[in-house]
Design a protein. Structure first.
Length: 101
């Protein structure tokens, strides 16, 4: 089962996912993830270093979060992106969409 942890570094909220982000885990973590995003007024860094699998629903969650934060003039940056996720983002032409921390 995937886990989510949240920490603040100054005005930036860091959210770390660990484990498989398959469809069921994404659905289970979505409320906590949304709460973590809304619980801060600054930028968000999504640390993917502990992710071992990322489903299409997980990719959709990241993309929709990027859009939501853009609408609020906030930034989403990705940190510790595993090579398999980076390859997927390049294949989907998403590699230039996301800033890196």
């Amino acid at each position: 089962m995937a886990k989510l942890s949240v920490s603040d570094r100054g005005a930036t909220r860091w959210i770390r996912f660990e484990g498989d982000l398959d469809q069921s885990d994404v659905l289970e973590l979505k409320a906590s993830f949304d709460e973590a995003i809304e619980g801060c007024g600054g930028d968000v860094v999504l640390d993917l270093g502990g992710v071992t699998f990322l489903s299409t629903l997980g990719i959709g969650l990241i993309v929709s979060t990027q859009d939501r934060l853009d609408d609020d003039d906030r930034a989403l940056r990705l940190a510790n992106v595993p090579e398999f996720i980076d390859r997927t983002f390049r294949t989907m032409n998403l590699d230039e969409v996301f800033e890196r921390a």
